[in-house]
Structure formats: structure tokens, C-alpha cells
Design a binder for this molecule. Sequence first.
Ligand code: MG
Length: 388
Amino acid sequence: MKNIAILGSTGSIGKQALEVIENNPDRYSVEVLTAFNNVDLLIQQAKKFHPNVVVIANEEKYKEVSEALAGDDIKVYAGAAALNQVVEMGTIDLVLTAMVGYSGLIPTINALKAGKKIALANKETLVVAGDLITRLAIENKVDILPVDSEHSAIFQCLAGEYMNPVEKVIITCSGGPFQGLSQERIATVVPRDALKHPCWAMGAKITIDSATLMNKGFEVIEAKWLFGLKPEQIEVVIHPQSIIHSMVQFCDGSIKAQLGLPDMRLPIQYAFSFPERICNDYPRLNFTDFPSLTFSAPDTKIFRNLALAYEALQKGGNLACILNASNEIAVEAFLKKRISFQNIWNVNEQLMRQASFIQEPTLDDYIASDGEARSYARELVETLLLKH
Ligand code: MG
């Protein structure tokens, strides 16, 4: 029996992780559930899965949660400090990090220091501080298992190949809803257009990141840290059907791919059960439903975020941390209809030039860089406001 802590249980990944657990009650139990704001769903999940501990990050909602769960023998805590500490509980076997953005950093660091196995869905943690996180994982002999579908695919392709040199990995990308559109058309898109993802149903932040290709850029950085790759060993290819989830090309030119219907329960389940596979009855891929699988190169002249991510990877230091902070502010401003879609990458590009570069950042440097980049990005957003 594995006791699992789900950080971010009310989000898209958190909900699907609970489905995986519900389908395998003899293997997994829920030890901890945490959420930022979604009190109703958190309470409902707690009543169904009976975790030992529930944490609501927004302290103002503590009373509501604790009162609702008063008769259920569940400990309720609130606030960021509780969230950071709860991962250290002795009864936890595995921590699924499924919160949004930078908020995953400190809980992940604490979980690593406590020796907890990590199922990593919060890619921003590796984007912000990949060197620090991978070093802590090695020092504490902790496995980081990828939940991101592309990285799970690469991980599955690498199974049994640990001694064999990898030439490169090929990360597939659905391209989001705006592939093939002109600059002029992209200039007019609004949040409603960007939130319609062709293949995956996900949270708002990651859906916008998919539309700008920032998500793919972050996945390139994530791949570097998870698999120890050089930037030139990571290729991105547009594959609109999202059937091949990613590939590995070995030193003999042979390529292995992992395929399946786009269903996040599969990579979540694999991270939970690795190295085993668990039988399930989820829908199967039928090749005749997909008579043509197509591939093309991404246009990084239009979708600047992908080029910026490669630049951050090449230069290293705190540049990816700056990019992530800037992007969180820019995406939020776009979702509130304050700036245009293209200004998301314009803000990011300017921030990468403007914020203080540090070649070998410590954790404190990362925290300071994140704060600096956010305040510069907020100032920049004010100069770019859309006229309504
Ligand atoms: Mg992904």
C-alpha cells in the first residue's frame, strides 16, 4: 500500500490522480490533500477519500474547511507554512506535486529533503530551479518520476536502456489552437480562443501556456533536468493529433516512441506504479481512427516563447526562473484581458533582458529573482494595457 500526498488535489491533475487511486484501492491510499482555494471540492474529496490531513492554502478559508470536516477525524491546516511542512509527514510514501506555477518550489524541496519519492506534475519547479532540485534528489537518493505526458513517454522509452547513449529526445507538441494562423490573426485572439485546447482539457494557466508554446518551452527545460540532456539534444516537433507523446533516438539511429490516446490518467498511473504497469479499462487507441499522424517544425519566429526557453537553457543561471515569473504575470494579465496575446512573449522577452542575471544562483537568489521579475513584469504590463 502506497500512501500518497496530493498537492493541488482540486486541479485537473489532482482530480485525475484521485480517479487512479479510486480505481486501485488495494494499492493506493490518500494521506494528504491540499488545495489553494477550491473549498467545496476539497471538502468533497476529503469526505470521499478520508486523508489523514487536509491543507487549504488560503488561510481565510480555514474555518469553512475545518467546520465541514469536524466529524471526520481529519486534521485540517491552513496557510503556506502548513503546505510546506505537511510533505515531511512520516506516513507519506509519495508526493504528487500538481499545484500551479512557482508555488510548487518550496514544498518540493522539503519533500526531497524528507526523502519522499516525487511524482512531478508541477514542471515550473524544474524550470525555476532545476539544478537545485536535481542536486537535492541525488543527495537524498530520491526518485523524481515524471507525470507530464511527454516526459513520461521519454521515461517509458528509456526503460531498459539505461546503459545506452541517447542521441536526442523528440518532444511532441499539439501546437495549441493557433498553429498555422498569421501574425495578424494571432494579434486579435482573446482568452476564450486561447482556452480552447484541441486535445487536452487542462487548467487555465497551462492551456494558455500551450497556446503560446511556453508550455513546450518549459517542457524542454524540464527534459534537460529530468534526463540530463544538452539543449541540442532536445527537439520539438508539432504533432497535432497528440497520439505520439514523445520519442527517444538512440546512438544507433533507432527511435522509440510511446503512443496512446491523450489521457493524463496513464502517465499519472505510471508514475505511481513504476516500474510496474497496472491493468485498466481506460479507452484504447485504435490506429484506424487516426489514419494520418502528421509532423512539422514549430515556428519560433511567431511563437517566441519557445525560442526564449531555449535561450534560457543555453545561458542557464536564473534566466529560466525570470522567464517563469514573468510568464505567470503576463498570462494572468492576458486572462484578465489587460494585455494582448502576443504581449505575453513580448513581456517575457523584455524581462529576460532587464532582470538581474545570476550565473550560479542559490535558493535565496531564486526567491529574490522571482520577486524582482514579477514586480518588473507588473510594471511592464501597465505600459501595455489594451484599450477596451
Ligand atoms: Mg505536457
